[in-house]
Design a protein around this ligand. Structure first.
Ligand code: AMP
Ligand code: MG
Length: 470
């Protein structure tokens, strides 16, 4: 920790007084959303150590008036609202179209051209005048050819036809196309054996007109949307710059998969799930080696993450003595909430470490995942302005009919794992395997989560809200 001294420049003294008047425990000396100015170890050890607070609200974590108290046991909606006081910062960059797959549009795209650019044929065949072809067997004179990319075709008049390729411009005078399969060529004559269809003409601008917005800001660029950007004439796009999100598991017991386990150790899995979720949300995941349950180690690691735009930790946010993420955030960070009315996934916290937004996710593997789905993903989406339908989404809110009873949770939204399937136009939900918050297998065996309101059980046959996980 670094205290203001008489040698500090006046501005720094003023800032310290203004931002953290009542929090002598914190070791950071920059206001939020600024680059960190790291403390010296010597300065930290010179400061008194205070126990973590235990009050419900009204704690002395001052945050420049943005969120002066920590709230406990909040609803998911309130948690999101509080977290959005510290959104991810949104920046954009210009990318070549070929490098844009999976990126998110930072600026809407309007068409530079009409699509189609000109009336053209949807079929290989003959461009004709429909009234010449009412009788099967009508004979017309071939006056030219309309090819894609070629010179403009000749105008046709009554009794004439023009060969035409798919996509080639419709000759002036023509108002219908006869498919090549329904014609017979005899020298410079063509015999019409099938209908002349106006529907085989693709009209200029029937898909898009110049200036029309077709890809809104916040669209996830899929193969189809990239192709559409190309159709509209855009060789470059403005994409949302991927925020770097640090992922840090905590726990003395954690060992990376693929190595030997010693007594009491388990394989670390949360960071892998979180990294993949972060990437699916259009961000860059920066996975770190898991930290031990040591305040000093955690502090050093958190301080080293200043080049990241947000931090996700897992583990160590409950009530216990070893729950050091909660402890260090209480004592040295800024917390805006701790604990959510959610089951599973009750213990998370959100705050800032040295100005960087930090979600302290629970250690239980299922809990950390579901909290990402219901809280972190919407925070990313809202921070970066993702389009609600066309942006990256990990889940979709749907109505499902329960096939069996599922119990809710007192005072909490209950996220029971369910298997959703579609039958006769209705979504049906069943549950399998046991639902412990450490049972990752259950997250694979299921593909959805109930959204049972607090104190509400779900009965077989009832239609309830659920999240369908993508
Ligand atoms: P904690 O929240 O730290 O008390 O952890 C709760 C439970 O989740 C404990 O059984 C931990 O061993 C387990 N756990 C914590 N972090 C991870 C992780 N990154 N991967 C797998 N399991 C974890
Ligand atoms: Mg732990």
């Amino acid at each position: 920790m670094r205290a203001a001294s008489t040698t500090d420049p006046p501005l720094m003294q003023m800032r310290l007084e203004r931002v953290w008047p009542n929090n002598p425990k914190r070791h950071h000396d920059q206001p939020m959303n600024t680059v960190s100015q790291l403390p010296t170890k010597q300065a930290q050890s010179a400061l008194p150590q205070y126990p973590a607070h235990t009050q419900e609200v009204g704690i002395t974590l001052q945050r420049g008036g943005v969120c002066p108290i920590m709230e406990k046991g909040v609803t998911v909606e309130r948690a999101l609202e509080l977290a959005l006081h510290n959104p991810l910062s949104r920046q954009t960059e210009t990318l070549l179209l070929e490098a844009s797959r999976g990126r998110i549009l930072g600026k809407q795209l309007s068409s530079k051209v009409d699509d189609p650019r000109f009336d053209n044929s949807a079929m290989d065949g003959f461009a004709v005048i429909a009234s010449d072809c009412v009788n099967i067997g009508a004979e017309l004179t071939i006056v030219g050819t309309s090819q894609t990319g070629g010179a403009l075709p000749p105008r046709i008049t009554t009794g004439e036809a023009c060969r035409i390729m798919t996509g080639a411009p419709l000759p002036e005078g023509a108002d219908a196309i006869v498919m090549i399969e329904e014609t017979e060529v005899n020298g410079d004559q063509v015999i019409i054996n099938g209908p002349a269809r106006t529907g085989y003409i693709r009209k200029r601008a029937e898909n898009l007109s110049i200036g029309q917005e077709a890809l809104p800001t916040g669209t996830l660029l899929s193969s189809a949307s990239i192709a559409l950007a190309g159709t509209m004439g855009h060789g470059e796009i403005e994409a949302i710059k991927k925020p770097r999100i640090a992922i840090l598991s905590t726990g003395d017991e954690l060992v990376q998969p693929g190595t030997e386990l010693e007594a009491g150790q388990i394989y670390e899995s949360n960071s892998h799930a979180l990294a993949s979720l972060v990437e699916s949300m259009g961000c860059e995941a920066v996975r770190y080696e898991s930290a031990n349950d040591s305040m000093d180690e955690l502090r050093t690691t958190l301080d080293s993450l200043s080049d990241c735009d947000a931090i996700l930790t897992s583990g160590g946010v409950s009530m216990g003595e070893w729950d050091i993420v909660r402890k260090i955030m209480e004592e040295e960070g800024d917390i805006s909430f701790w604990r959510i009315k959610l089951r599973p996934g009750g213990p998370p916290l959100f705050g800032t470490w040295n100005g960087t937004p930090l979600f302290g996710l629970p250690g239980n593997p299922v809990s950390s995942l579901v909290v990402f789905h219901v809280l972190v993903a919407p925070w990313i989406a809202k921070s970066l302005g993702y389009h609600p339908e066309m942006g990256p989404r990990l889940s979709q809110k749907v109505s499902v009919k329960l096939e069996e009873n599922v119990s809710g949770a007192p005072g909490k939204v209950c996220l029971r794992r369910i298997r959703i399937r579609s039958e006769n136009g209705q979504l049906l939900a069943t549950t399998h395997t046991h639902q412990g918050s450490g049972n990752m297998h259950s997250m694979v065996a299921h593909n959805g989560l109930t959204l049972l309101p607090p104190d509400t059980d779900g009965k077989a046959g009832e239609v309830i809200d659920a999240l369908w996980l993508q």
